[in-house]
Design a protein around this ligand. Structure first.
Ligand SMILES: O=P(O)(O)O[C@@H]1C[C@H](O)[C@@H](CO)O1
Length: 307
């Protein structure tokens, strides 16, 4: 029996039979566990009961899986991670993606991955939900790829194409859901997510670099999960909630100019001194959580029955 099969075996003992075949997995990003507040017949399973699972150590992430039905009518059976694992917590990449492999082993075919992210694109304001259509993963390109090493399951592809990682069908469904809910057009955008390891937020020069490379938002999660989910042949949807702007010009102003202006008694342009914090990230999650929740519920309502 493989490791993931052993974990699924434990879940089968802890979760009632009618919840054992989820169609959709949801990963809740920082401060976004309220996304699944409307789960019906829900059963929570703490990660410490599950072999192979580690613990979420980040504020705004709980260490439990939630099973239940979500959406209108009978609803769709879902399994949600109320907290995720990040490499910066000290978790190995194989641990970070382990829950995705377990959910795939349970037969889940669709995954909605959410996260909090900083905006690199100046057209994105705080609170916008970005439907991710591509990613830039410097860690993947430089030797920190979750698929490095012996294959956990040799029947999965060794060389995984990622040109179509983000399901067009699911992305389109988001916009249909938004129209059905009369969500204003500017509340949603499309973009490319840059994955960084964290836990430091970006310097202004790093922000400029990632923006120049074509990224719209930046965050510290998601991509390893996307890679594992694609290896497991799931349909992937990623929704990033913009919680802050990455202040690209901050720190760039010349202190020599400032010093010389002080001596001359003239004034210089005021330096912006916004500093991002995790508290701010969580606060935006709280404010926009209901919108994200309605959107996810409507996406589940619209999900074709054959996927
Ligand atoms: O788990 P996500 O990607 O939603 O969390 C973001 C990235 C860091 O974990 C944290 C920084 O504030 O929020």
């Amino acid at each position: 029996m493989s490791d993931t099969e052993a974990t699924v075996q434990v879940l089968r003992e802890l979760v009632p039979e009618e919840l054992q075949a989820p169609r959709v997995a949801i990963i809740c990003g920082s401060g976004l566990s309220g996304l699944v507040a409307s789960l019906r017949h829900s059963v929570l399973v703490s990660y410490d009961k599950l072999p192979g699972f580690v613990q979420s150590t980040v504020p705004g992430h709980k260490s439990s899986l939630a099973f239940g039905f979500m959406g209108s009518g009978a609803g769709v059976p879902v399994v949600a991670m109320l907290g995720r694992f990040h490499p910066y917590e000290g978790h190995k990449l194989s641990s970070v993606v382990y829950p995705v492999r377990v959910m795939a082993n349970m037969g889940v075919k669709n995954i909605i991955i959410t996260n909090a992210a900083g905006a690199l694109n100046p057209n994105l304001s705080v609170g916008t939900i970005v439907v991710v259509h591509d990613h830039i993963a410097l860690p993947n390109l430089t030797g920190m790829n979750p698929l490095l090493g012996p294959q956990t399951n040799p029947s999965l592809p060794r060389f995984l194409p990622l040109s179509d990682a983000y399901s067009r069908m699911l992305r389109k469904l988001v916009f249909r859901a938004a129209r059905d809910l009369s969500i204003e057009r500017d509340a949603l955008a499309e973009g490319t997510y840059a994955w960084v390891s964290g836990p430091t937020y970006e310097t202004p020069a790093e922000g400029r670099f990632l923006r120049a490379a074509g990224a719209d938002v930046v965050g510290m999660s998601t991509v390893p999960e996307v890679v594992a989910a694609r290896e497991e042949n799931m349909n992937v949807l990623v929704l990033s909630l913009v919680t802050n702007a990455v202040v690209i010009p901050l720190g760039y102003e010349s202190v020599r100019d400032e010093f010389e202006a002080e001596i001359a008694g003239t004034s210089t342009k005021a330096v912006v001194d916004e500093v991002v914090s995790h508290e701010e990230v969580l606060a935006i999650g709280k404010i926009k959580g209901d919108l994200m929740k309605s959107l996810v519920e409507k996406i589940l309502d619209l999900l074709p029955t054959d996927v």
